[in-house]
Structure formats: C-alpha cells, structure tokens
Design a protein around this ligand. Structure first.
Ligand code: SF4
Ligand code: SF4
Length: 383
C-alpha cells in the first residue's frame, strides 16, 4: 500500500490535516490467544475479554469505517477466532462493503466454521507458521499440536478457494527452516508469503537474547529470499522485512506515523501502530467515546508525531525525513527512552553503533529459554 492509496477527508469542525483516512485498518478483536509466541506484538499488559468491544460495537465501527471510505478490514488479535461472533462480524463487514482478511493462527478453526466464514463473505486468510515442522513450530508457539492444525486449516482454506498468505516470523531459532517454509508455502497453494524478521519491542524485546539472529544468518536468509523470489516469480510473492538492528537506514514505519494506518485494540482504543502502547505517556482515544473520523484528525496520539515538525536533529535537517519519517517511534522509545529521537536503526543516530554491537552480542548469547506471552505476564519455558 502506498501513500497514494488514501483519500483526503476534511471533516466538519475538525482541525484540517493533510491526512486522509486509510483504505485499510487492523481490527484486533481480542488479545486472547491459545498460542504464546515470545515475539508477539500485543502489549505486555493484555486487554481482558471483559474489556472487549461487543458485537454491536464492532458492527457500528465497521459501518463507520465503510461510510468513511475505508475498503479493507484485517481481523486480527490475539486469535480472532476466539471470538464466538467472528462469523457475524465477517458477515457485517461484507454487508457494509468491506473486504475482509482473517489473520489467524488457525488452531481454533474447524472446517465447518471456515465454510461459514467463506459463506459470510470472508475474502482472504493469512495463517502464521512458527516453523516448518512441529518440533520447532510448536515449541516457539508454546502450543502442542498447533503446526499440524495449521496445515489442515490452510488446506481447507485453499479447498474453499480462499486466497492464502503464509506469515512466517523468523529469528535465530527457526531461520534454518526458511527454505522449508518457502517450499511449504508453495505446497499449500499460498499466493503470498510474508517473511518478517522479529522486530524488538514488547514481548520480543523481553526475548531478544533468545531470538536475535547472527549477522551471518541474516545474510544467508536475505540471499535465500532473493533467490526464491526469482525462482518463484508468478507462483509465490514474497514480502521481506529485515531486523532493524542490522539495518543502516530505518524502515518507513507504518508509512509514517498517522499517515496511512490505524489499529483498533480489543477495547476500542485507536492506535497509530500495533505497538504504540509500548510508548508510555501517550493517551489513546476510544471508539467508545468519539467517532473514528474525529479520532483520526484530532487524537493527540496521532498528531504528536505526524509530519516532520516534531523532529529533533539529526532528522530535522536530514534529506530523508520525508522518506522514512525518522523510522519507528516505538523502537526509538524502547532504545533511547524518547520516542521523538531518530530510530537507532539509522546510521546517523548516536546509538546506532551500540545497537549493532548489542545485536552481535545478543545473537551469540546462550539464552535462558523463551519467556512466553500470556495473561499471567509471561512464563518461562521449561527445559
Ligand atoms: S503472535 Fe502468537 S501469541 Fe501473538 S497473537 Fe499471534 S499467534 Fe497469538
Ligand atoms: S536521520 Fe532521521 S530522517 Fe534521516 S535517515 Fe536517519 S532516521 Fe531517517
């Protein structure tokens, strides 16, 4: 998706901004999930089921989204299939004209439910794989039997002619399975694969020592992906995200803060990125208190890092400030304590060299095992 994909909306009574509403939004229906991935992007303080938006509230939000011109809704979590009303939510999305994508671990789905979802108008399925075989995958996900179930669900999805994307989050403990993960995506009939190296905030930051790849692993993985892209042209499209710690220039995070994206949390908080709650001190507005259009234009959490006016040096005078918008705010906060600083992934950041050295040291460490993501605040892997 590019910046050109968003139309400008000038709401009545709202302070004028140069940012149109996104064409796609991420709806985190719940933080509940049977898996416990140690790199989960959900916040450390997970929202409980009692705080979640009701079916009626989500339906109202979807109607609002459609009225505003949003075209796509990505149902995510946690595990969205934990919600008993998932079929009703997908049906409502279809009724109001939203294209719906289900981002799922797969383990809560039955064949009958997938058929119901397809009948309700579900347009696309994205299944996450933690490895290419059960030994690694079930250990990383902290869920026995998960890998076999995912394979089954992926095959059901393709039998129903639902387009499939395979999500593979990669790190030091599963990168050796990348070739097999690519083969698996082809075998399952996926048209797209996302190979995303772990990004280190939230749960992943807690598990950095266990997950950080070596520089050599990263180089091998990058070559593998490039070769697979050439070999599988027309068969499998591969998106690739490298770990920031080994980068020289930061990624254009979320297409720029508050420019192209928002995320709705299970309780209705509207966030500029899925990890934004890791930045302490930001206040997020809720769909329970304001219309979405008002939030997009007026919420302090969006406006504080929009554009380039907020930037200190070295970003302020940098020619690339309108290209990468200073990188990732969450990473700047996690590593420097100030979200306004340049992302240390940038070679011009005073912390860049330190970050690179840290990555090398962490990748050589012998970790204690994973701290699994769960509602009790994380539990250590038993070895
Ligand atoms: S990353 Fe893992 S634990 Fe987090 S929501 Fe996805 S499947 Fe669940
Ligand atoms: S100095 Fe700031 S704007 Fe320039 S490349 Fe680095 S992070 Fe991007």
């Amino acid at each position: 998706m590019s910046a050109d994909d968003f139309r400008i909306i000038a709401p009545e009574g709202a302070a004028p901004t140069a940012y149109g509403l996104p064409l796609a939004v991420l709806a985190e229906l719940t933080h509940r999930c049977p898996l416990q991935c140690p790199y989960c992007s959900n916040p450390l303080e997970l929202e409980t089921s009692g705080a979640e938006l009701t079916t009626e509230e989500w339906c109202r939000v979807m109607t609002e989204l459609a009225d505003l011109g949003v075209l796509q809704i990505h149902f995510s979590g946690g595990e969205p299939a934990v919600r008993k009303d998932l079929v009703a939510l997908v049906r409502h999305a279809t009724e109001v004209g939203l294209y719906s994508n289900l981002i799922t671990s797969g383990v809560m789905l039955t064949k009958a439910r997938l058929v119901e979802l397809a009948d309700a108008g579900l347009a696309h399925v994205q299944i996450s794989f933690q490895g290419a075989e059960p030994g690694v995958a079930d250990r990383v996900g902290g869920f026995r039997g998960g890998h076999a179930k995912k394979l089954e669900v992926a095959r059901w999805a393709r039998a129903l002619d639902l387009p499939l994307t395979v999500n593979a989050v990669v790190h030091r403990q599963n990168l050796h399975q990348l070739p097999a993960l690519i083969d698996l995506s082809v075998e399952l009939g996926a048209a797209r694969m996302e190979v995303a190296h772990v990004q280190y905030y939230g749960w992943a930051l807690k598990n950095r020592q266990a997950l950080m790849p070596t520089r050599e692993q990263l180089d091998v993985a990058t070559e593998l992906v490039e070769a697979a892209r050439a070999r599988l042209r027309g068969v499998l499209e591969i998106d690739y995200v490298i770990p920031d710690y080994y980068a020289r220039q930061p990624k254009q995070c979320m297409g720029g803060w508050g420019r192209q994206f928002f995320n709705i949390s299970p309780s209705g908080k509207v966030l500029p990125c899925h990890a934004a709650e890791t930045i302490t001190g930001l206040r997020f507005d809720s769909v329970r208190d304001h219309p979405l259009e008002w939030i997009w234009h007026n919420s302090d959490a969006f406006n504080c890092y929009r554009g380039t006016g907020w930037m200190p040096e070295p970003c302020r005078s940098c020619d690339l400030r309108e290209v990468d918008f200073g990188g990732c705010r969450c990473q700047a906060f996690a590593l420097t304590g100030n979200a306004a600083n340049a992302d240390p992934a940038c070679a011009k950041s005073a912390r860049h060299r330190e970050l690179f050295q840290l990555a090398e040291a962490e990748s050589a460490a012998t970790p204690e095992g994973f701290l699994y993501r769960n509602f009790s605040g994380g539990s250590r892997e038993r070895r």
